[in-house]
Design a protein around this ligand. Structure first.
Ligand SMILES: Cc1cc2nc3c(=O)[nH]c(=O)nc-3n(C[C@H](O)[C@H](O)[C@H](O)COP(=O)(O)OP(=O)(O)OC[C@H]3O[C@@H](n4cnc5c(N)ncnc54)[C@H](O)[C@@H]3O)c2cc1C
Length: 382
């Protein structure tokens, strides 16, 4: 396999690199700012990326995308990480919302939703998890009652990232009770400004409130906002999750290499660079990060052949999340007692945030089940 970029891919990489060098925000590390100020700043950054043609790189041009290939998207993701540029605000919309509308939406829906999502005018959130339905999504209880030209939605979602600033929620709700709980679900795009939607932020171990509970009380959702076929929401939800792990996975492979390099710098700075145990640990992380990237190329090959992410994305998510936890833990160890009392030379936040890595976008246990069944072909666990 040839790992080299083609001449046109190299040209694209150089263009992106130069653009990021000039345009990357310089005001990231302000600290102590309000959530609102942070969101506004990230929204403005996404708008700038959009105007330069760097958001929705693989999306069709007629809906505001760049109409380029998957390789350009990967090159762009890598350059963003290498430049340490902040993520655009609409991570969920870009990673999942747009791709699922492109895959299952009607022409009107594509025209209505995609461009404001790209420009960050409208932020999206994902309303899948419920207090009693996380890993087992098919256990969800939120109801969508058919009232002719609209549904009435009642229920609760939880862990909904960005719900506090979102305009649209990708909501999976139960329209009918069927013998198979995966049947009878309907996938709706819910306007978060609708009467009856209440959002309550949840504060994480980091002190940030990235995610929320959402309560739906008699929320009216027009039928024009169904995505896919009524009662067939499971298939639409599965497309969403494949995109979640696929898109996420590739970017994570590069991120792991950067974290390993930063850890090396951290050990040197603290004066632990010649400690043989520290050196061995960092060498091992560096090897694993590289192996992750090589695995990523397999996912790219599958994606280029089939056009949709395959279960290989689960390998990347699983390996990265556990590696990232070990790397951030080591960073705190290397800092010694200082790591406990101050910001651990900048590692305290990443350490605390990494706790969520093995839960979000599928827990490690669930990903192992997926790999066992769909990649290795082992018998189903149940
Ligand atoms: C930072 C963060 C952001 C998130 N953002 C969103 C969001 O925007 N939208 C959204 O819908 N959700 C979101 N989630 C929710 C996330 O997808 C769920 O937390 C996750 O699916 C796990 O569900 P749960 O918390 O209900 O745990 P449970 O499903 O109750 O699992 C509890 C434990 O049991 C294990 N387990 C469950 N089933 C099995 C099995 N079959 N075999 C072996 N072990 C099993 C799990 O691995 C876990 O350790 C977010 C979570 C986090 C941490």
């Amino acid at each position: 396999m040839d790992f080299e970029l083609s001449p046109s891919e190299k040209q694209f990489r150089d263009e992106v690199r130069a653009w990021l060098k000039t345009n990357k925000p310089r005001d990231e590390a302000t600290g102590g700012e309000s959530q609102r100020a942070f969101i506004d700043r990230r929204r403005a950054w996404q708008k700038k990326l959009y105007e330069a043609g760097y958001v929705g790189i693989t999306w069709p041009k007629e809906y505001g995308g760049r109409g380029a290939g998957f390789m350009e998207q990967l090159i762009f993701n890598d350059e963003m990480i290498l430049a340490k540029a902040p993520d655009p605000i609409n991570v969920i919309g870009l990673g999942m919302g747009g791709p699922v509308v492109i895959a299952h939406g009607t022409e009107e829906q594509k025209k209505r939703y995609l461009t404001p999502l790209l420009s960050a005018e409208e932020i999206w959130c994902q309303g899948f998890s419920e207090p009693n339905a996380g890993s087992d999504l098919s256990g969800l209880q939120t109801r969508a009652e058919d009232k002719g030209d609209h549904y009435v939605v009642n229920g609760q979602k939880v862990w909904t990232t960005l719900a506090h600033v979102a305009k649209w929620c990708m909501l999976v709700a139960r329209e009918r009770k069927e013998a198979n709980p995966r049947d009878g679900l309907t996938y709706l795009l819910v306007d978060m400004e609708s009467p009856g939607v209440e959002v309550r932020p949840l504060v994480q171990i980091t002190g940030d409130a990235e995610f929320n509970e959402i309560f739906f009380k008699d929320v009216v959702v027009p039928k024009s906002q169904i995505l896919g076929e009524p009662g067939n929401g499971w298939a639409v939800a599965m497309t969403t999750l494949l995109h979640e792990r696929g898109t996420l996975g590739m970017a994570l492979a590069t991120r792991a290499q950067i974290t390993a390099a930063e850890l090396t710098e951290h050990a040197r700075k603290i004066g632990r660079g010649s400690d043989p145990l520290v050196r061995q640990r960092i060498a091992q992380f560096t090897i694993e990060a590289r192996a992750l990237q090589l695995n990523g190329y397999r996912a790219v090959t599958a994606m280029k052949r089939n056009g949709i992410p395959g279960p290989e994305g689960s390998i990347l998510k699983l390996m990265w999340s556990e590696l990232n936890q070990r790397m951030t833990e080591s960073a705190i160890d290397i800092a010694g007692p200082a790591g406990q009392v101050d910001d651990g030379d900048g590692w305290r936040y990443p350490f605390l945030r990494s706790r969520a890595n093995t839960i979000e976008a599928g827990t490690s246990e669930v990903l192992r089940n997926i790999l066992a069944e769909r990649v290795l072909g082992l018998p189903r666990s149940r």
